[in-house]
Design a protein around this ligand. Structure first.
Ligand code: MG
Length: 343
């Protein structure tokens, strides 16, 4: 039985991870869970999975103390795999802790790689840690690159759903509400990622994530808008072959791939998750270049500038989304805030 720790257990990825665990009795033993909020669900999880260690943010506890307790959980001696499903920048310290401990990290927290991609990857290499992505796009790329040589990669093409506001004009976007931004057409996710998806900042972070996770220069990373979220990315190879990974838009598919990944076995798990019905699909692909949603543009600029530009982009977005969700700024104000912050 694999011993698993789930950080951010009450969030969207955390609950779906536990759902995968639940549907495969006898495969996993949950030995640790942590959550920032949602105490009722946390208690339910604690009762159901009876982990050895459970950490939830206490009333009045400061960020640093809570983070320290989460990091202790992240390096539990007997853990075989640690799932980092923490939302936002708070995920970085636990990621670094798992890397230093040389463990297997199933990583959903993209901010870890946006904030400190180079040092995270260096630390993983140095300490023998493995990073298995559990977001749909990086999981697809990981699958497509298995057995391929780096010099054979011509281009990695990330697919983006475009979110709820794709193809709207600047004028139309001036009036959009928080409720509209939180209504994603294909994916069910937490509020931060859903807003990031509407601004295409989520794709911006995936560009930076891809750059570090797969050690690919930014000029070899492209984005294509694919409204149906059926293709989870492409890799174009030097001989003209184009690989794609397709699956129903259900996060439990990439979660399963990471949780069951075992270099020695490489057998895919049998699950009952939704299948893609190709006969019902009408797949479209569009270039995002001229969109008002300028997330990807900001990512390429940050990668070009280097230094702390990627980290600043991440921080700026986190603050801007918080402000937007509180009703303090408008949707397009998110870009204004970010641009001002990263100047
Ligand atoms: Mg994604």
């Amino acid at each position: 039985m694999k011993k698993i720790v789930v950080l951010g257990s009450t969030g969207s990825i955390g609950t779906q991870t536990l759902d995968v665990v639940r549907s495969h009795p006898g495969e996993f033993k949950v030995i640790g869970i942590s959550a920032h909020s949602n105490g009722d669900l946390f208690e339910k999880q604690r009762r159901e999975f009876a982990p050895k260690k459970a950490v939830i943010k206490e009333v009045g506890e400061n960020k640093e103390d809570f983070n320290e307790r989460v990091c202790e959980l992240a390096v539990l001696e007997e853990a075989d795999i640690i799932v980092n499903a923490i939302a936002g920048r708070a995920g970085l310290q636990p990621t670094l802790a798992v890397c230093r401990a040389g463990k297997i990290l199933a990583l959903a927290n993209k901010e870890s790689l946006v904030m400190a991609g180079e040092s995270v990857m260096n630390s993983a290499r140095k300490n023998g840690a493995k990073i298995l992505p559990i977001d749909s796009e990086p999981s697809a790329i990981w699958q497509m690159l298995e057995g391929e040589r780096p010099e054979s990669i011509e281009k990695i093409i990330l697919t983006a759903s475009g979110g709820p506001f794709w193809s709207r004009s600047r004028e139309q976007l001036e009036k959009v509400t928080k409720e509209q931004a939180l209504n994603h057409p294909t994916w069910k996710m937490g509020p931060k990622v859903t807003v990031d998806s509407a601004t295409l900042m989520n794709k911006a972070f995936e560009i930076i994530e891809t750059r570090w996770l797969f050690d690919v220069p930014p000029e070899k990373i492209d984005v294509v808008i694919h409204r149906q979220s059926a293709v989870h990315s492409f890799v174009q190879f030097t001989d003209g072959n184009l690989k794609a990974v397709c699956a129903a838009p259900d996060m439990r598919v990439p979660i399963s791939y990471a949780l069951f990944y075992d270099e020695k076995k490489k057998t895919r798990v049998l699950n009952k998750l939704p299948r893609l019905d190709l006969s019902k699909m009408n797949m479209t692909f569009e270039k995002p270049e001229h969109s008002v949603l300028e997330g990807p543009k900001l990512a390429y600029e940050a990668l070009k500038r280097g230094g702390d530009a990627e980290g600043k982009l991440c921080i700026a977005d986190e603050i801007a989304v918080e402000k937007f969700l509180k009703g303090e700024i408008l949707f397009l104000g998110i870009y204004d805030f970010i641009k001002e912050y990263i100047k």
